[in-house]
Write a protein that binds this ligand. Structure first.
Ligand code: F6R
Length: 607
């Protein structure tokens, strides 16, 4: 949940650290700081707030530390409120660290250290690591790190500098991600590769408890006992433009507009001779036919993509699918067996609950398939089979293109499962796949209707609370639409199965409350319209999202957002676009920080 960066080379590094932190700010933005080896001292500048308002202002006041080796951090607070003192880097003059994760046994360690005369200034768990390293350190940093990590329980990615080693960064991790970047005469650490893409695309993935010792011209990797190991160099296939706004006002808007290309990139490599093919990961028809149950697990938007998957797989193959929220699944002793397939969906591949669900599924012996965007992420590496969604980096905290590609993949899976189980013919499968391949053009069409979405957004901005309703696939879609709106506009919003309204929730409807009714499914649209009538007659302001040729009593809709014609089954792929853009424009009109909504961070690596 925090962003880490580090640089060692020959040039002044403070400016690079700040710029790299800005690219990582989506991971956490409560506070930020840097610590630089500067003339025999470690100089630290850190401040509460976003980088531009906090850290950069403080650097202007206090001066930029000179030096060519340093570490930086952007924080999403877990222990201790966002404040200057709780910000990272945290150090004691001799050692300074940046940390992403949670030290679960920090109380015990703190007690132990207090017993040995150490004092504490911050409320963070991280400070215990600094003092523990100090306790073990005499002259060998690697020895101190090996000893400290034996005592620490929990998740951590740590970037560490020791005053006595002015051109070296040390790094170690467990659970939380960390990469080591390799440049020419300069090397790096970072929470993810986007932070250093302007300098290098070569990197190593640090594995659990491996320790890296990084100098400008050399990187040494060791295991947790300090024995040298060799690691495989990776090359990122993302370039710097993918991690920049490219003329858009926000990353969210850019990423919404990248959806056609992202969906193409997900689908194309998996369609062979007009049919979905999962050969790349060994998911054969024989396997798909044999699974007793299919589970789909994820959090937030990833889980919502799974909900669409459930409807489509069940509809086409008549086989039951269980969708679960990862944080529930992992603790409820799930009825999963070794005869089942567990599909794990995650953009980041680092979400703590999703990862724990995967570990559990692997332990039970189920087949696990990870559907992940970030190459080489923990979930991708831990699953038995992996397929990448090829969406490019998603920087905005609010997920859009990742949801689109996850959903697109759900369709491919549904088609192949149905074909493998003989529930649809090859001809039908080809037809469905062909229609799916046309989706990017239809998304492009929806993207042109900006004015419609801006107009509807202008009608939502004064709402205290609103509701999304739908049935079947429209209900699955409503969940995602409602999440988009609430997370970036801060307007309270709920999604509701339209038929459930009368069982209690309709009492919330009052004069002027917006209700967004999703009615794209021909079989169910009239039923949803009846529910719309019920809320309308109680004063709701109704927005109907439907196909352009859907005929209904227009007087019940105050506003209408229309969609290009496509089969009902595929509707979620296009219907999500108006929802994303309406949420976006609502947040913009309200002056919200669209890409970094309050209290949130991308990549939830803590429970
Ligand atoms: C919402 C959003 C989150 C994520 C969720 C899972 O816009 O972004 O709900 O979908 O935190 O994240 P990943 O997919 O990285 O596991």
């Amino acid at each position: 949940m925090c962003g880490i960066v580090g640089f060692t080379g020959s040039e002044q590094c403070s400016e690079f650290l700040v710029q790299a932190l800005k690219r990582l700010e989506y991971r956490g933005y409560d506070s930020a700081g840097i610590a630089v080896q500067s003339g025999g001292k470690i100089k630290t500048v850190k401040a509460k707030g976003k980088i531009a308002e906090g850290l950069q202002e403080k650097l202007k006041e206090e001066g930029v530390p000179g030096g060519s080796c340093g570490i930086g951090h952007t924080r999403w607070a877990t222990h201790g409120e966002p404040s200057d003192v709780n910000s990272h880097p945290i150090g004691n003059g001799r050692i300074s660290i940046v940390h992403n994760g949670i030290i679960e046994n920090y109380r015990e360690i703190k007690k132990f250290l207090i017993g040995h005369g150490y004092g504490f200034e911050s409320e963070t768990d991280t400070e215990t690591v600094v003092k523990l390293l100090d306790y073990y350190y005499s002259s060998d940093p690697v020895d101190a790190i090996s000893k400290a990590i034996r005592d620490i329980e929990g998740a951590y990615a740590l970037g560490i500098i020791f005053r006595d080693f002015p051109d070296k960064i040390f790094a170690v991790r467990k659970e939380s991600p960390l990469i080591v970047g390799q440049g020419k005469g300069e090397n790096f650490i970072a929470s993810d590769v986007t932070a250093i893409l302007d300098r290098t695309r070569e990197y190593y993935i640090l594995e659990h408890e491996e320790i890296a010792e990084i100098s400008p011209n050399k990187i040494i990797f060791r295991d947790s006992h300090g024995f040298p190991i060799t690691k495989q160099l990776k090359i990122a296939d993302w370039d710097i433009s993918t991690a920049e706004k490219g003329g858009y006002e926000h990353f969210m808007l850019k990423e919404i507009h990248e959806q056609p290309a992202a969906v193409r990139n997900t689908l194309s490599p998996r369609v062979k001779n007009g049919l979905p093919s999962f050969e790349e990961c060994g998911l054969t028809d024989e396997k798909l036919k044999g699974y007793k149950h299919i589970f789909i697990i994820g959090c937030g938007s990833a889980m919502h993509a799974g909900m669409v998957g459930k409807y489509v797989i069940e509809e086409l193959s008549r086989s039951p699918v269980i969708v679960d929220i990862a944080s529930e699944f992992r603790y409820r002793n799930p009825l999963l067996s070794k005869d089942d397939l567990c599909v794990i969906i995650s953009q980041s591949g680092e979400t703590a609950d999703t990862k724990a669900a995967l570990t559990l599924a692997n332990e039970i012996g189920a087949d696990t398939l990870a559907l992940v965007n970030v190459v080489g992420s923990s979930i991708a590496r831990e699953a038995k089979m992996v397929m990448y969604t090829n969406a490019g980096p998603e920087i905005s905290v609010c997920s859009t293109k990742a949801y689109a590609v996850q959903t697109a993949f759900m369709y491919l899976l549904a088609f192949r499962v149905a074909l493998a189980r003989g529930a649809i013919t090859e001809e039908k499968c080809r037809e469905l796949t062909g229609e799916l391949m046309c989706i990017p053009q239809l998304i492009e069409k929806c993207l042109c209707d900006k004015e419609q979405y801006q107009f509807v957004a202008s009608k939502l901005i004064n709402a205290q609370s609103l509701m999304y309703i739908g049935r079947g696939l429209d209900y699955a879609l409503s969940m995602e639409g409602s999440l988009k709106l609430k997370e970036i506009s801060y307007i309270h919003s709920e999604s509701y199965a339209a038929g459930e309204l009368k069982h209690g929730t309709i009492s919330l409807i009052e004069e002027g409350m917006p209700v967004i009714a999703v009615a794209t499914q021909s079989r169910l649209a009239d039923k949803t319209v009846s529910n719309v009538k019920e809320v309308k007659s109680r004063g709701a302001v109704v927005v109907v999202i439907c196909k352009e040729n859907f005929e209904f009593d227009n007087t019940i809709a105050d506003y209408k957002l229309t969609l290009p014609p496509i089969s009902d089954l595929l509707m979620p792929m296009v219907a999500i676009v108006p929802m994303q853009l309406t949420a976006y424009y609502t947040a913009v009109l309200l002056g919200r920080d669209v890409d970094m909504p309050r209290n949130l961070a991308k990549s939830v690596t803590v429970e």
